[in-house]
Design a protein around this ligand. Structure first.
Ligand SMILES: NC(=O)c1ccc[n+]([C@@H]2O[C@H](COP(=O)([O-])OP(=O)(O)OC[C@H]3O[C@@H](n4cnc5c(N)ncnc54)[C@H](OP(=O)(O)O)[C@@H]3O)[C@@H](O)[C@H]2O)c1
Length: 233
């Protein structure tokens, strides 16, 4: 039956043709563990009234318990796919080697200044799709006026905000850019009508600073900070 709610349409039919829409939700650190993950999932499912991609938000707490619960949800057909966020090579490999299901995606900080090439090589071995959070580096390093990205874009009549999603697409990365402005959202999506050349790709590769600008996942202060957050139940 046809529905007006895009997230209820089967994959491949949502959005424009050939562009499936994946609704994604996450298990918070405070809900890590087998029982809490199942409870948290039921709550989210009730709130949204649909099935979707379910992710572990952080590689902290009892994420092995969470993963066992998520594998059950996957086997029961309650979710279409399960994945993780912010898993660096050591914890990602530990998770894979400890369980049956391999994450479908790993959502990580990924933008021209933090390209995560080492991690992505390991993910490629297990066919884990990279999903870029903060694809615009949250505006840091002057990304929207960056001279290299501006010059590349100028060749095609495109802005840096269009070069970045195009680059990510050509790299095989799913991007989740955020804007609260309709015009910018349209701008950020208008990347189907051009292709970056190999020379452009090399120039963007050279922008990699090889470290996080936003969230240093493995730093002890982050572990303390994230564990200290308390959410309403
Ligand atoms: N899994 C995780 O641990 C994690 C961590 C952080 C973020 N995320 C998710 O990742 C997604 C995106 O990340 P993000 O919001 O942190 O960063 P982002 O997408 O890199 O950057 C968003 C910023 O860029 C601005 N912007 C967007 N398009 C623009 C344009 N065309 N021109 C100029 N400015 C533009 C936005 O401003 P306006 O809104 O004012 O346009 C906003 O300030 C979000 O859905 C977020 O929830 C996940």
């Amino acid at each position: 039956m046809e529905t007006s709610r895009p997230w209820e349409r089967p994959p491949g039919r949502a959005g424009s043709p050939g562009r499936p829409l994946f609704l994604t939700s996450k298990v918070r650190i405070q809900d890590a563990g087998y029982d809490k993950t199942l409870r948290s999932f039921e709550k989210t499912l009730t709130n949204l009234g649909t099935d979707y991609l379910y992710l572990i938000h952080m590689p902290y707490g009892d994420y092995h318990g969470s993963w066992r619960a998520m594998e059950e949800l996957l086997r029961a057909g309650r979710v279409r796919a399960i994945g993780v966020c912010n898993f660096l090579p050591d914890r990602l490999c530990d998770l894979i080697l400890s369980h049956e299901a391999v994450p479908a995606v790993n959502q990580i900080e990924l933008h021209p200044f933090c390209q995560q090439r080492g991690l992505r090589e390991i993910m490629a071995q297990y066919q884990i799709r990279p999903m870029a959070w903060a694809p615009f580096a949250e505006g840091l390093n002057g990304i929207f006026r960056h001279p290299v990205l501006s010059a590349i874009g100028a060749q095609y009549g495109k802005t840096p905000a269009q070069v970045v999603p195009r680059w990510l697409r050509q790299e095989g990365v799913v991007a989740i850019p955020k804007s609260v402005h309709a015009q910018r959202i349209q701008e950020n999506f208008a990347v189907d009508d051009f292709r970056l050349s190999p020379a452009d790709m090399v120039q963007i590769h050279a922008l990699d600073l090889e470290h996080s600008l936003i969230l240093e996942v493995s730093s002890v202060s982050e572990v303390y900070r994230l564990h200290s957050i308390r959410f309403e139940q």
